[in-house]
Design a binder for this molecule. Sequence first.
Ligand SMILES: Cc1cc2nc3c(=O)[nH]c(=O)nc-3n(C[C@H](O)[C@H](O)[C@H](O)COP(=O)(O)OP(=O)(O)OC[C@H]3O[C@@H](n4cnc5c(N)ncnc54)[C@H](O)[C@@H]3O)c2cc1C
Length: 461
Amino acid sequence: MGALDIAGLQDGFRGELLRPEDPGYEDARRVWNGSISRFPALIARCAGVADVITAVRFARDTGLLVAVRGGGHSFPGLSVCDGGLLIDLSPMKGIRVDPEARTVTAQAGVLLGELDRETQAFGLAVPSGIVTHTGLSGLTLGGGINWLMRKYGLTIDQLLSVDLITADGEFVKASASENPDLFWGVRGGGGNFGIVTQFEFRLNPVGPIVLAGPIFWPMEESPNVLRFYREWIAEAPDELMTIVVHRKAPPLPFVPLELHGKLVVSVVCCYAGPVEDGEKAVKPLKAFGSPVLDLCVPKPFLAHQAMFDLSFQHGWWYYMRACDVAELTDEVIDITVDHSLRINSPLTAFPIWQRGGAAARVGEDETAFGGRSAGHTFNITAVTATGEGFDQEREWVRNFWSALEPYHTSVYVNFLMEEGGERIRQAYGADKYDRLKALKRRYDPDNFFRLNQNIGPAATA
Ligand SMILES: Cc1cc2nc3c(=O)[nH]c(=O)nc-3n(C[C@H](O)[C@H](O)[C@H](O)COP(=O)(O)OP(=O)(O)OC[C@H]3O[C@@H](n4cnc5c(N)ncnc54)[C@H](O)[C@@H]3O)c2cc1C
């Protein structure tokens, strides 16, 4: 291919335009998952909405394949392409909190930690996600499961409106009162309908101090811990959210030396209410068996939000398969423990999310998001620092996921790898998938936005 003529894009562009020979290109093309390495022909780092419109129209005119990047945390690397144009929204960092109205607007390049930083200054929060360097854009467009979801719902349950640029380069707003069909679709339907440039959310009081953190037991105790856990959470209030993690204990300063590298199970808690109430709620868990480490203490919500950051660092190699299950039955527990005992990499850590609460009380058809009634979400994740040992760990993920197959109920679209159209359909369920396809035909009939968990415009397939 000859040199790309970017004259039509350069004029007035406020952000940066990077071609492979430009300084900064190498950093800008990289995504969070180190196992993905792709080389766009051009990267348009947009400074604002006008840049996004120009970039979309340029791609339309030139026929370039388009990838759209928010935080770059797509597990399968959907936010970067070989050849083509990468529309990079990451410079768009504007955030404005209105503490009186209890709302916040955030631009498309905002990361979760940046949003929390601004909202927590007022003791408020958007329920978002569990790693601060994740992009708000991709997370919200898929749904957004989080530490506060049993109390305040998914990220999309607090979404009030979006600004969006369509495949024609047109600006539209979507909310409950304006383009409500589109608003329904962007709450779970991913980036299929256009590029969201700004999100507006309702805010809720959180912390700033919460009772939160992990309690650890040796992995051999996992069968008993999980059996106790399933009974205990059956009575849990909405304020309490938990995630179970199986892994080798990391060599971090707060982990005693003798635990480093030992297989452990932990239940990580976050109580979104008064600390004293949280202490009562987690007391039975803390008293169960003989925990080897208890880090569930009062702490700033901001600190808790960052607790997994070091476990999911940029540039490491990741592979993940996910599924929802209805219950932690004895069979599900046995499979989980059996496979967890075979974790090889010291970096592999996989969450099992508790679901239910407020997020589950929103009707399945109220937004495009699928699987609201799931009991638990398994995020079976292989992590290695480089390509070394990656294939083996990936095989572990696949075997574990397959063993759970008889118990799969649904799957969260943001936890899909590139698994094909049928899996995307499963993520939404047949009825919602057809509704999403109809919306796609209306907003993006040519499938211009196709590097995503793609909902094709065709009526069939
Ligand atoms: C470390 C880590 C932690 C995570 N934790 C959580 C969690 O707690 N809860 C949860 O629900 N999910 C979580 N996820 C999954 C996460 O929701 C998805 O990976 C999500 O896609 C990340 O958003 P992003 O903007 O960083 O992604 P990107 O890779 O930038 O984008 C992902 C997809 O969204 C599209 N897209 C991005 N921005 C826009 C936009 N503004 N307009 C239109 N399309 C856009 C992209 O084209 C791509 O298809 C996590 C992922 C990682 C890697």
